[in-house]
Design a protein around this ligand. Structure first.
Ligand code: PAF
Length: 281
């Protein structure tokens, strides 16, 4: 695995792969890799000739009171995992490499960036889209792989790729869960054993939405109320949002007539977790 710390190195590595007509895949990550990330790497290995992974804890997508400083950083362990998966290129830049001082240019998707996580975390999606645009410019992948767990992020990225005509195909891979159903996330490491148990209520609430929907209920308010009753079983879990939205526009839906995203974000202790399910009539 070629480890690149600078933009010129990573760009040269990407261009070398593409020059020999190879399909280049990129898996952007913030490190602290788990099975969810590795499933993206697996998908990339299956669909591409050369696979690049980026590890960059992007400061611009964290709010001033968020967990940037304590976000898990496990570079050696991550490298070993990626070596084992036969990843070809690892781009692991420093903050100074990615952001010049006084930077004034941002990529921002209007509207979408203020919904779901964007509403609770102002500026978050501006940081995500800006860094992903930078990664696309540096690596120049043919395909980029993202996880469905970050469904709002997927919608925002798809839109900016379309709006700015990036020649990158976006592939979205299913949520990977722990055996007990908790969606894998680097932030799960923050949970103590009690919180870890309580966190299962996120998926239980989504299952309730799915089952009630399958039983014939199409009214979003009724489905949300049912899910909230499940969440209420864990009074120490505080819902940030629980919404049924259009998966592309993230606009709330009142009556389900087409593909709908049931999305939840909740605080378990001080840890903010997200999860979602797609309802498909
Ligand atoms: O999903 C993530 O880990 C991050 O938001 C991403 C896409 C790597 C951008 O920093």
């Amino acid at each position: 695995m070629q480890i690149c710390a600078t933009i010129p190195e990573a760009r040269a590595a990407g261009r070398k792969a593409r020059a020999s007509c190879k399909r280049l895949g990129l898996v952007p990550t913030m490190g602290a890799l788990h099975e969810g990330h590795l499933s993206l790497v697996c998908a990339a290995k299956a669909q591409c000739d050369v696979v690049a992974v980026s590890i960059f804890v992007n400061p611009t997508q964290f709010g001033p009171t968020e967990d940037l400083a304590r976000y898990p950083r496990q570079f050696e362990r991550d490298c070993a995992l990626l070596e084992k998966e036969n990843v070809d290129i690892l781009f692991a830049p420093s903050v100074d490499e990615m952001y010049t001082k006084g930077e004034a240019t941002w990529v921002m998707v209007e509207g979408l960036s203020d919904r779901l996580d964007g509403r609770s975390r102002p500026g978050h999606f501006r940081g995500v889209t800006t860094v992903v645009a930078k990664l696309f410019h540096v690596i120049e992948p043919d395909i980029a792989f993202f996880g469905q767990k970050d469904a709002a992020q997927v919608a925002v990225i798809r839109r900016f790729v379309r709006d700015l005509n990036f020649p990158v195909e976006i592939v979205v891979c299913p949520i990977v869960r722990e055996l007990d159903g908790l969606a894998m996330s680097s932030r799960n490491a923050y949970l103590n054993p009690e919180e870890r148990q309580r966190a299962l209520v996120l998926q239980r609430s989504l299952r309730c939405v799915e089952e009630t929907f399958r039983a014939g209920e199409k009214n979003a308010a009724t489905l949300i109320a049912a899910a909230k009753e499940v969440i209420a079983q864990e009074p120490q879990v505080h819902v940030d949002y629980l919404e049924l939205v259009d998966p592309d526009t993230l606009e709330p839906i009142e009556l389900i007539t087409g593909k709908t995203l049931a999305a939840i974000a909740a605080y378990v202790g001080t840890t903010r977790l997200i999860d979602n399910a797609v309802l498909n009539p």
